[in-house]
Design a protein around this ligand. Structure first.
Ligand code: AMP
Length: 423
């Protein structure tokens, strides 16, 4: 039985906006979440960007606003969305604008790293919806430039990333200033205990929804790992990227400095690349993203934090130049490709020191990543690692990911779970 957007009885202007975007079938997170939000429940959602999560909360919020019209009030938004990064906040606001194109509501985005005056002026116009990163919003709250007396709905997006980035304290301080009578929606890609505790302090009798990225997203991605000596990593990266005529490649570096260096070296070798990370100015990040999105620069080197929330269509290759320290980041990283049903490849470079990280990743995704031995820099992992390594599939072939037998992988097509699971 396939659900359509009609079953949510969204107002005609919202349906028209969905038609404009050619959305016909709700994604699993939308199917599970929209009716709960419309019914006024608090929701705790386990889902990552790329699953259609933004529409899952934005559509019912717009519906709520249209069903309960109220006069616009200066500096008193009705909806607050907190997001960890400027890019994600901007993307969420763009989604509200797009889904609300035929509705009279205003939205604005608030984030640090740029002058505050234009944001203050925008708040004074009384937008119904404010999308914000926590630090700047707290600043503005403390200066009395915005207040949440009239707040009806709070959304916290990518809560686990807020925790990683050290924003939780700010988030708690903001929440302490919100009316207790409100609807709260809380989304996180992972549910470690600290996140469950945070959600517990924010939500009232929440309904739990979950779409599991390892089984849904990762399966579509053709993953390989290249074992390589540290000294050959850079040359291997160039080898992998050289000669690509189309498609966008996202390369992950473990450090900001490393990201800069890789982008410079690639550019010098005739493969124009930009770097994006937390030390770049807002303008530079936006320019880099825009160049990437438009295909002017087809290689973007990013750190985890900067890449989180990047929603760029056309990324057909993700390269983990450095393996992530947290195994769950692997899923987020490679999930930048194979968006909205497209095919994608993910290649991880694994040097001598990263064997144990690879094993942790394989445990997390519950499958072994096929080894590509066909590249010129292949180096067998050390014997202890080889002994401990999970059985390899598709060895000697690139792209064994399509080969089928993926050990122990469960396929949970993103159905609802009524209990928060801690992974
Ligand atoms: P999100 O997880 O909200 O970042 O959404 C990921 C991508 O999927 C975005 O490009 C959305 O525009 C797109 N999208 C979201 N919902 C749908 C849908 N029901 N049908 C088609 N595309 C969608």
């Amino acid at each position: 039985m396939s659900v359509t957007f009609d079953s949510f009885a969204l107002s005609e202007p919202i349906q028209r906006a969905l038609r404009d975007r050619n959305y016909t079938v709700p994604s699993p997170i939308q199917e599970q979440t929209i009716h709960l939000v419309l019914e006024g429940h608090d929701v705790m959602g386990c889902a990552q960007t790329g699953t259609g999560k933004t529409a899952a909360f934005a559509l019912p919020i717009l519906q709520h606003l249209s069903k309960h019209p109220r006069e616009r009030m200066r500096m008193c938004p009705r909806v607050l969305v907190l997001a960890p990064t400027r890019e994600l906040a901007s993307q969420i606001q763009a989604s509200f604008k797009s889904y609300g194109a035929y509705l009279p509501f205003q939205s604005t985005v608030v984030f640090g790293g740029v002058g505050q005056n234009p944001q203050v002026q925008a708040l004074q116009r009384g937008p119904e919806i404010v999308v914000a990163t926590p630090g700047r919003l707290l600043d503005l709250l403390q200066q009395g430039k915005v207040n949440f007396r009239q707040l009806e709905i709070l959304v916290i997006d990518e809560a686990d990333r807020m925790l990683d980035m050290g924003f939780i304290h700010d988030v708690r301080r903001i929440i302490a200033l919100l009316p207790t009578k409100r609807q709260s929606l809380f989304f996180s890609a992972t549910m470690p205990q600290a996140i469950i505790d945070l959600a517990g302090s924010i939500l009232k009798n929440p309904k739990h929804v979950e779409v599991t990225p390892p089984a849904t997203t990762v399966e579509k991605i053709d993953q390989t790992v290249c074992h390589v000596g540290m000294a050959d990593k850079r040359t291997l990266l160039h080898h992998l990227l050289k000669g690509r005529k189309e498609g966008l490649a996202l390369v992950f570096s473990g450090t900001k400095h490393g990201a800069n260096r890789l982008a410079e070296q690639l550019s010098k070798s005739g493969m124009p690349a930009d770097a994006i990370h937390g030390n770049k100015s807002q303008g530079a990040r936006e320019r880099a993203l825009e160049n990437f999105r438009s295909g002017r620069t087809r290689i973007l080197v990013a750190t985890d934090i900067a890449a989180r929330g990047i929603d760029v269509k056309g990324i057909d290759l993700v390269i983990n130049y450095d393996l992530p320290k947290e195994p769950e980041s692997y899923v987020h990283r490679i999930g930048r490709t194979a968006r909205a049903g497209a095919e994608g490849r993910a290649i991880s470079l694994c040097d001598e020191q990263s064997q144990s990280l690879l094993r942790q990743i394989e445990r997390t995704i519950r499958t072994s990543v096929p080894v590509d031995r066909s590249h010129p820099f292949h180096r067998e992992p050390l014997s202890t690692d080889a002994r401990n390594a999970p059985p390899q599939q598709g060895g000697g072939r690139r792209g064994g990911g399509g080969g089928g037998q993926r050990q122990g992988q469960s396929r949970n097509g993103g159905r609802r779970r009524e209990a928060a699971s801690s992974r």
